[in-house]
Design a binder for this molecule. Sequence first.
Ligand SMILES: NC(=O)C1=CN([C@@H]2O[C@H](COP(=O)(O)OP(=O)(O)OC[C@H]3O[C@@H](n4cnc5c(N)ncnc54)[C@H](O)[C@@H]3O)[C@@H](O)[C@H]2O)C=CC1
Ligand SMILES: O=C(O)[C@H]1O[C@H](OP(=O)(O)OP(=O)(O)OC[C@H]2O[C@@H](n3ccc(=O)[nH]c3=O)[C@H](O)[C@@H]2O)[C@H](O)[C@@H](O)[C@@H]1O
Length: 465
Amino acid sequence: MSKRVAVVGTGYVGLTTALSLAYIGHRVVALDLDEAKVRALKQGNPPFFEPHLPEMLSLVRDRLSFTTRYEEAIPGAEVVFIAVGTPPSPEGSPDLTQVQEAARGIGQNLGEGFTVVVNKSTVPVGSGNYVEALVRRAFQEAHGGEVDGRFAVASNPEFLREGQALYDSLYPDRIVVGAEDRRALEVLRELYEPILEQSFPAPAFLPRPERMGAVPFLTTGLASAELIKYGANAFLALKISFINELSALAERVGADIQDVARGIGLDSRIGPRFLQAGLGWGGSCFPKDTLALLAMGREYGLKLSIVEAAREVNRRQRERVVEKLLSELKVLKGRTLALLGLAFKPHTDDLRESPALELARLLLDRGAFVRAHDPVALPRARREVDLPLEYAETPEDLLKGADAVVLATDWPEYRTWPWGELKPLLRTPLVVDARNHLDGKALARLGYRYLGMGVPALAPAKEVV
Ligand SMILES: NC(=O)C1=CN([C@@H]2O[C@H](COP(=O)(O)OP(=O)(O)OC[C@H]3O[C@@H](n4cnc5c(N)ncnc54)[C@H](O)[C@@H]3O)[C@@H](O)[C@H]2O)C=CC1
Ligand SMILES: O=C(O)[C@H]1O[C@H](OP(=O)(O)OP(=O)(O)OC[C@H]2O[C@@H](n3ccc(=O)[nH]c3=O)[C@H](O)[C@@H]2O)[C@H](O)[C@@H](O)[C@@H]1O
């Protein structure tokens, strides 16, 4: 049954949610205070790079509209999603200013019918209650009367990955909804029904994964849903940190961490995913959410040691790359280093807390010149990054005269660069592959010295097999 939905915030999460819900048949109004963003979206232009957004925008044109005004989006909506940003504050807990503003805008404009206000932003435990109070107060200030029974708050954490946002939204592993109000749970179950049952026709550009069954719908109390989000992100982050810590040992003992990860991951209790050793994790969520979890622990007098350790190992990964370069080149001052990738992961132009940028900063601090390439993030880097980087649009411009190549983001296209033809451009044919992404043996056969993370270093040699 088609519902009227409003989504507050049109960033990665808000826009993806709005598009997916419109795609499965709901009528959606997406609201953002950023006028330029809304103007672009109205013309079918997404404000950031994410696969398939333009196609999806044009598919759902009839069911999705955009506005900058709460009074246009909220009164008619049965379900209102809050999907605004929750950036870290200096003390580590998320800054909830955007959530407060959204809750106020919603409260002031609540419609006549029953509205479910859904927290999709990642917010600390207790935020559901907080949003409830803010909506209630805003309603009373604006209208005077009692608001009881007019709305209920639910928590519906989002698990999408950037670079695969629409895919994850249409084909999720699970949908989690926390609420204390039974009606709210029922409304959200109905809203998500086509996704839970996978009863919608898959878009041609995003085929349904093979063996996709019904999607589990987990209903919990508010606090549990809020903690599930932080628990999931922290667990994924510490899984990566664990393999990264082991990769340092693998290097010392002469093991290959890729084989080790494969051997560990084949245990179905562990699983193979998120065991890719490398430069460590970044992005707008793992760093922020692990920090928030630590802050939450502190608030309740608990030290979350594993989460702390995961962050420390992650920080060390960037330094390990600098140490590798130092041990090969001896001096970094004045060297030109060619950095492959700037985004925090492939298939996105998101630069927030990018490991590539953190590495670049360490190298610049050592007096190196850093010249960077990224298949999609260069325009955004030119606007947003305030580091003295040089930017290169082509492989040739990137590598000319460089003392080493450092791969920081595992974009698939880097594997297919003509490394043989490019080699003469380099001053030193040295590759430090901080994501274990390139074919090291092929590079060594081409005459490169190859270093990865937790894998044996390869000398240039024709006979490498
Ligand atoms: N980016 C991701 O992959 C994921 C993010 N999350 C969480 O979802 C939330 C949103 O994240 P992103 O989409 O990345 O954020 P974002 O920063 O890309 O987007 C937030 C949007 O909200 C708008 N906004 C701010 N205040 C507003 C207001 N009062 N009214 C209307 N619009 C307003 C901003 O203009 C911006 O367009 C965060 O809590 C984040 O932790 C959760 C899962 C995945
Ligand atoms: O809360 C969020 O925002 C999201 O955070 C992550 O998604 P995302 O940050 O988009 O990207 P991931 O694919 O998880 O990668 C995060 C970082 O870990 C790194 N990574 C990932 C996997 C791996 O094996 N090794 C590794 O170093 C990536 O390069 C990247 O820097 C989670 O995977 C999502 O489920 C969650 O919704």
